[in-house]
Design a protein around this ligand. Structure first.
Ligand code: PMP
Length: 369
């Protein structure tokens, strides 16, 4: 047998995370600040809808682009929110599924994708696998949207700009002003924007402005994983208005020969989820954000997160990786910043855990500062 594994897989480097999990395997009851999913369970009412759908036999393939009722409901929602006349909608297997389809449909070898750094890990590795080039734009130390630097980074090879607000790993929410300025830059350069809004419900200090309100060449990706704690149900969607309708169409074509469709019974639950109010969960997570921020701010350099459930904290001395090793030796699991960045100066805390664990973890980290 010749070479088995395709070269493209060598473009994926998961060593940072693997190292954390190898160290973590030895811990007993650690404070786990590494998890990227809510600590609450799927609301009972939504579980019932999924169970009923399974019992009633909704267990076959749905349409490639999604259950027609769900697709229409999503279309109606984005129409109301953004004023899009005829939105194109694709129900995907999580936002990860939507991201893969979008990159497969759009990125050709040599294409540049402009991404604020720090960034969500998936973008970089899939773009690299496809032969695209990530153009990272530094947003340290405040992690606001670096509009001017983005404008400078756009060349004639730029295929798209990626936004992620609220941001994983920083928890930062971009302001309306920043978003409007970026919309102007994107329009001037005629580059599309892909906006990953998976954390849109987790906004603690007012709304989370979406570029979809200000720029028509926006591909919107949203999901159900985080808002309703259904990460294992694999549900998300992509939507665009007329001007990017062909993108959603191309993604649907790729879905037909890859994922085929998102899980059918859970699409029924997604329909119910769209009418489910998560304000109570958001209130609980706002308090967790305060516990972490107030607990660390006098000992560490960190920006107050406005959304999601992460804080991105500067390591007190040395590299992020070194600090993470020290924290793990003290029973706190955190992720080194270089998993999400070209720099290794920070670490990510996920505060999607119990208040007791947060208090315990904050105390231990303070002792290491
Ligand atoms: N985008 C961001 C920014 C994320 O943090 C995640 C999950 N960690 C995803 C997309 C993918 O989520 P899912 O595939 O579960 O919808």
């Amino acid at each position: 047998m010749g070479k088995l594994i395709a070269d493209r897989t060598s473009k994926i480097d998961s060593s940072g995370i693997r190292k954390v999990f190898a160290l973590a395997a030895e811990l007993e009851e650690p404070v786990n600040f590494s998890i990227g999913q809510p600590d609450f369970d799927v609301p009972e009412a939504l579980k019932e809808v999924a169970i009923k759908a399974i019992r009633e036999g909704q267990n076959k393939y749905s349409q490639t682009a999604g259950d027609a009722v769900l697709q229409n409901k999503i279309a109606e929602q984005v129409k109301n929110e953004f004023g899009w006349e005829r939105p194109a909608v694709l129900v995907s297997s999580g936002v990860s599924g939507g991201l893969l389809l979008a990159f497969l449909a759009l990125v050709e070898p040599g294409d540049e994708v402009v991404i604020p750094d720090p960034y969500f890990v998936i973008y970089k590795h899939i773009i690299n696998m496809l032969g695209g080039k990530c153009v990272f734009v530094d947003s340290y130390p405040e992690f606001g949207l670096p509009v001017e630097k983005i404008a400078e980074a756009i060349t004639d090879k730029a295929k798209m700009i990626i936004l992620n607000s609220p941001c994983n790993p920083t928890g930062v929410v971009y302001s309306e002003e920043e978003i409007k300025q970026l919309a102007e830059v994107a329009a001037e350069k005629d580059v599309m924007v892909m906006t990953d809004e998976i954390y849109e419900k987790f906004c603690y200090d007012g709304g989370c402005p979406s570029i979809a309100n200000y720029y028509e060449k926006t591909l919107l990706l949203r999901g159900f994983s985080k808002s309703y704690a259904m990460t294992g149900w694999r549900l998300g969607y992509a939507a665009a208005n007329d001007s990017l309708g062909e993108v959603v169409e191309a993604m649907t074509k790729v879905q037909q020969y890859t994922f085929v469709c998102a899980p059918t019974p859970f699409q029924k639950a997604a329909l119910a989820a769209m009418d489910y109010d998560v304000a109570d969960f958001v209130d609980i997570y706002r308090r967790k954000r305060d516990l972490v921020y107030e607990g660390l701010k006098d000992k560490f350099e960190l920006v107050r997160p406005g959304g999601a459930f992460y804080a991105f904290v500067k390591a007190p001395d040395g590299s992020g990786t070194e600090f993470v090793e020290k924290a793990i030796k003290n029973n706190v699991l955190i992720i080194p910043g270089n998993v999400f960045s070209e720099k290794d100066t920070h670490f990510r805390i996920s505060y999607a855990t119990s208040d007791e664990k947060i208090e315990q973890g904050v105390e231990i980290l303070r002792g290491l500062a």
